[in-house]
Design a protein around this ligand. Structure first.
Ligand code: SF4
Ligand code: SF4
Length: 158
């Protein structure tokens, strides 16, 4: 079985000064460069509102919904006004998605074995660790990609 990385999203989002981000170059939902953090947020935390207020409020038409109701943000259009943060009734969109990526930021591509291990080693085990199991919904651990498991509070009961 593949090595996978298990990311505790609740704990990761609490690390305000974290200068490391994970990406997955092969993620299907991505039309442009997207972080695992953003993908997981829209996949697991977003309630996929039918009349999504985040889309209506966006002055830059940067948010759109796919055929599964999943929101994605066009990074080339987003002007970081944060109106979507204010209007989301569920607190899905938070400041961490808009953190300024200044010098010293390091991006790890989790499709690469070496970078996957380096990313895990950069955090305490209770936040990110390498595992060899698959998703465990009963423990709130869900598969985001073939190589990435996320522990989060999934809004949808499965
Ligand atoms: S308003 Fe919030 S919960 Fe609703 S679709 Fe937008 S991000 Fe998701
Ligand atoms: S920060 Fe502003 S421009 Fe960017 S997605 Fe949210 S509402 Fe749209």
């Amino acid at each position: 079985m593949h090595k996978r990385v298990l990311i505790d999203m609740v704990k990761l989002r609490e690390l305000e000064s974290c200068k490391m981000e994970a990406i997955d170059r092969h993620v299907l939902h991505s039309k442009s460069f997207k972080t695992i953090r953003e993908l997981a947020t829209f996949y697991f935390t977003c309630r996929r509102c039918e009349e999504a207020p985040c889309i209506s409020v966006c002055p830059a038409d940067a948010l759109e919904k796919d055929e599964n109701g999943m929101i994605s943000r066009a990074l080339n259009l987003c002007i970081r006004c944060k109106s979507c943060i204010s209007i989301c009734p569920f607190g899905t969109i938070m400041n961490d998605l808009f953190a300024t990526k200044t010098n010293g930021y390091h991006y790890f591509d989790l499709t690469d074995d070496t970078e996957l291990i380096q990313f895990a080693n950069a955090f305490d085990d209770d936040i990110v660790k390498i595992v060899e199991f698959d998703e465990k919904p009963e423990e709130h651990i869900y598969r985001l990609t073939d190589r990435v498991l996320i522990r989060d509070v999934y809004w949808e009961v499965r």
